[in-house]
Design a protein around this ligand. Structure first.
Ligand code: CA
Length: 431
């Protein structure tokens, strides 16, 4: 595990893109996250800087050969395959090009486009998607609704629990989400029925894009796992709770989750996140220590990411009244029980090959406090304690035309604040 700070992290560094120097911007020159956007009819790789996108594909000539070749594909997969050193080289070069004193400003400026007018695409072609269950608070809350006497199953504190998700229905932020229909069974009825979900929910998660590859049959030692994390994004694992409750036993979620997963378009690289590494929240006294294949000194010291995460909801009535989205919860990524390095090492421990561009979800990020619960199932306790929005409307679960907005950012004394942007999706009525 290597965490290196360099000139790109200097908090006094400024860009000639004025909006990047606003201290509230998610995208100062210390961040430089990567994404893919439409330029005409072509896919281009870009870097977010203030209110602009630096079109790296169009400006490939300003970068070194291997990096230029990788970004010219208009996808991040080839770049992710090169591993983290290539990402560091790109980031350092971009920082030199975008700095206020840049000698190449006149060659960079023609490749800056408006971020607000851009159509963002998925950052990578995602071959496989796995969703973990890394928050012990989430697992305990959800478990206690179904098994009050034994909320946490005995494996939880030993195994990073996960399931293989569906890659084809992952969509970029801004894509509307159609309310799914499915089989549900009400307790008092003898048979299930088929129809629109009445208990549609979001899940606040962080996504992790995989860098490099291990061949089929090879494992990933925990000491090397951090270097296989390309970067992080926000992820909303939309969930139909009534479909889930009927179908999940014995093999876990299926149609309750495979209708859509939203991700934010900008991948914040591990180098940008270096100043915000920290140990995870300590395990409770008496909890087992991780087995040796999940335990490393570096991971114990700095396996976590100090990212503040929040969820806001904006109903159609609120939008029509020009009300801002209403924040319903706020938590921290440090509250998870397993680090991404542990999740990756575990994922590959039986010989599963992890490929560049694969996506790993953290699982719902919930903290101990009630206002840090990362989904409505927990916030409203299965709908029994509705929450109020700014408009006075009440919610037990999501209604049609509700917009869900995930946000995330990092702040630490002595460093520039960086953010993830937003991951947004509006619920459309079932067909
Ligand atoms: Ca999930």
């Amino acid at each position: 595990m290597t965490i290196e700070l360099d000139f790109t992290h200097d908090p006094s560094r400024r860009s000639f893109v004025d909006a990047a120097n606003d201290p509230t911007s998610d995208f100062p020159i210390q961040n430089l996250p990567l994404g893919v956007f439409l330029r005409g009819v072509e896919r281009h790789v870009g870097i977010a800087i203030g209110d602009r996108i630096f079109d790296v594909t169009a400006a490939a000539g300003l970068f070194d050969g291997p990096v230029a070749t990788a970004v010219s594909t208009g996808s991040l997969n080839a770049f992710m395959a090169m591993g983290r050193p290539a990402a560091r080289a790109l980031r350092q070069r971009a920082s030199e090009l975008l700095v206020r004193e840049s000698e190449l400003r006149s060659q960079v400026e023609p490749h800056l486009v408006s971020r607000h007018d851009a159509t963002m695409l998925l950052p990578a072609t995602i071959g496989d998607y796995t969703d973990f269950y890394a928050s012990v608070h989430h697992a305990t809350n959800v478990g206690s609704m179904f098994r009050p006497d034994a909320p946490l199953l005995p494996n939880y504190k030993w195994v990073p629990i996960g399931y293989h998700g569906r890659a084809s229905s992952i969509v970029p932020s801004g894509t509307p989400i159609r309310r799914p229909s499915g089989q549900t069974k009400e307790e008092q009825r003898p048979a299930p029925q088929f129809g629109p979900s009445k208990r549609l929910d979001y899940e606040l998660e962080v996504g992790c894009f995989v860098a490099g590859r291990n061949a089929l049959g090879e494992t990933l030692p925990i000491d090397d796992a951090d270097d296989r994390i390309f970067g992080l994004c926000l992820l909303n694992d939309w969930s139909a709770r009534d479909i889930q409750a009927w179908e999940y036993q014995p093999l876990g979620p299926f149609l309750a989750k495979n209708f859509a997963t939203s991700v934010s378009p900008w991948v914040v690289t591990l180098d940008a996140l270096a100043p915000f590494r920290a140990p995870l929240a300590p395990r409770a006294e008496g909890d087992p220590q991780p087995l040796p294949y999940l335990d490393a000194a570096g991971d114990r010291a700095a396996g976590g990411f100090d990212v503040t995460l929040e969820v806001a909801i904006c109903s159609r009535r609120m939008r029509e009244s020009d009300m801002p989205p209403w924040v319903v919860s706020r938590g921290s990524l440090l509250d998870v029980y397993w680090s991404f390095a542990q999740m990756l090492a575990h994922h590959a421990s039986g010989g599963c090959n992890l490929e560049p561009g694969d996506l790993i979800g953290s699982g719902t990020v919930s903290g101990a406090a009630k206002d840090s619960r990362g989904c409505m199932l927990e916030l409203t306790w299965r709908g029994s304690e509705p929450i109020s929005l700014l408009s006075g409307e009440q919610r037990r679960f999501l209604e049609d035309f509700d917009e869900v907005i995930l946000r995330g950012w990092c702040e630490r004394e002595g460093y520039a604040r960086i953010g993830f942007g937003e991951c947004v999706g509006e619920v459309l009525p079932a067909t």
